[in-house]
Write a protein that binds this ligand. Structure first.
Ligand code: GTP
Ligand code: ZN
Length: 373
């Protein structure tokens, strides 16, 4: 029986391998990453199965190592802008957890530069929305994947995000009348970023020959759905829909980028640190995340597929604006979107202004806070 072509061409098979590898790492199972005859077994630090890792290390001709991202190395006391390895003479759970996650830990051994396999493993952890720290157990040159372990090529992981952005596609659409915006259509896209779907909420009938009001809104379960006081996302979401409905329509892109692209589990880990006094960006750094993991190239592709080339962008975030322009969407004007200040979100909003350059008006913030007291 000829089954060739059943998964598509070579590029489709490579993409499928990465999608499967993401699922494996999320389920705390190891994957094998290969490149030019070299191979390594990769274990995420999240839910590390020490039995399996120790068994793998016994098979391995060379010592295992831990790969940490630059953000985590900085927290460990090293001034780094690139990831690095730390040797693991034994798979010692306590030491690995300390180096990858403990708040006040310091580096305890020399670090060395990473190779392409290390980079690919870290990227896979980021794609899987687990903690970006991986234990690497090198295998003998030319090894096959041991006992049912999934194998994936390093280059396939490296190319994955760009490919996903390009291959995003519409998979469903329907009218969904909203309170205050009865003429609304939800257009669902598959691909892009994250592990779920992206949704374009088209309000009214925006004229694509004119700059269309557009908001790129990253998912925030706590704020959007539950009205969390820790951020202003819920207000931004509802105020934008209301504004668009009253001003000739627009498009809100609801993007699967919970926790600035780190995923809900890592966002809760960061919130826990924030409850102990850490700032939003420092808390992320403790977990190994840089200022912002999000990309917006796929969001630009969504707009193009909706026939939109020129926008009036509704955001305070300069990165979103630059990303649109870079992806070939004309940004004709900008509109700020600020929710209510609360005692609980004022530090978050000022951090975004001071550390990530968001155009947030401090006086307006303070006035809005005072007016609510
Ligand atoms: N990691 C992390 N993410 C957070 C925190 N608070 C909110 N978020 C996430 O930050 C993102 C905010 O999304 P947006 O409001 O679209 O983006 P923005 O960068 O604030 O830019 P604006 O368009 O000006 O609102 C959402 O994905 C939230 O889930 C936090 O303390 N830590
Ligand atoms: Zn939020």
């Amino acid at each position: 029986m000829d089954t060739s072509g059943i998964l598509g061409g070579a590029a489709d098979i490579v993409r499928a391998q990465v999608e499967r590898a993401i699922a494996e790492l999320r389920a705390a199972r190891p994957v094998m990453i290969g490149s030019a005859g070299r191979a390594v077994l990769v274990f995420g630090v999240d839910g590390l199965d020490h039995g399996a890792a120790e068994a793998a290390a016994r098979l391995s001709p060379t010592m295992a190592h831990l790969v940490l991202p630059a953000a985590r190395l900085r927290r460990l006391g090293l001034d780094r802008s690139a990831p690095a390895r730390v040797a693991l003479p034994q798979i010692d759970a306590g030491r690995i957890e300390c180096l990858a996650l403990t708040v006040e830990a310091r580096i305890d051994a020399p670090v060395s530069p990473v190779d392409d396999l290390d980079e690919a493993a870290l990227e896979l952890a980021r794609l899987a929305l687990v903690v970006p720290a991986v234990v690497m157990v090198p295998l003998a040159t030319g090894s096959a994947a041991p006992g049912h372990v999934l194998a994936v090529e390093a280059t396939a992981i490296g190319d994955f995000r760009k490919l996903e952005a390009r291959l995003i596609r519409i998979v469903g659409r329907a009218p969904v009348p909203l309170e205050g915006a009865p003429e609304t259509e939800f257009v669902v896209f598959r691909g892009g970023e994250g592990l779920r779907d992206q949704v374009a909420i088209v309000i009214g009938k925006p004229d694509p020959t004119q700059p269309v009001p557009v908001r790129l809104h990253s998912a925030c379960l706590t704020g959007d759905l539950f009205g969390s006081l820790k951020c202003d996302c819920g207000d931004q979401l509802r105020d934008t829909v209301e504004w668009m409905a009253k001003n000739g329509g627009g498009v809100l892109l609801y993007l699967d980028q919970e926790g600035r692209g780190n995923g809900i589990a890592n966002k809760m880990r960061a919130y826990r640190l924030q409850s102990l006094g850490w700032d939003t960006y420092d808390a992320d750094e403790v977990l190994g995340f840089d200022l912002d993991q999000r990309r917006f190239d796929f969001a630009a592709e969504m707009l193009k597929q909706l026939g939109i080339r020129s926008i009036d962008v509704m955001t305070n975030n300069p990165v979103k604006i630059a990303a649109m322009a870079e992806a070939g969407i004309e940004v004709r004007s900008e509109r700020r979107v600020i929710g209510r200040a609360t005692d609980e979100n004022v530090r978050y909003l000022t951090s975004k202004r001071d550390r990530a350059g968001h155009a947030i008006d401090a006086d307006a913030l303070i006035a809005s806070l005072a007016s609510r007291k």
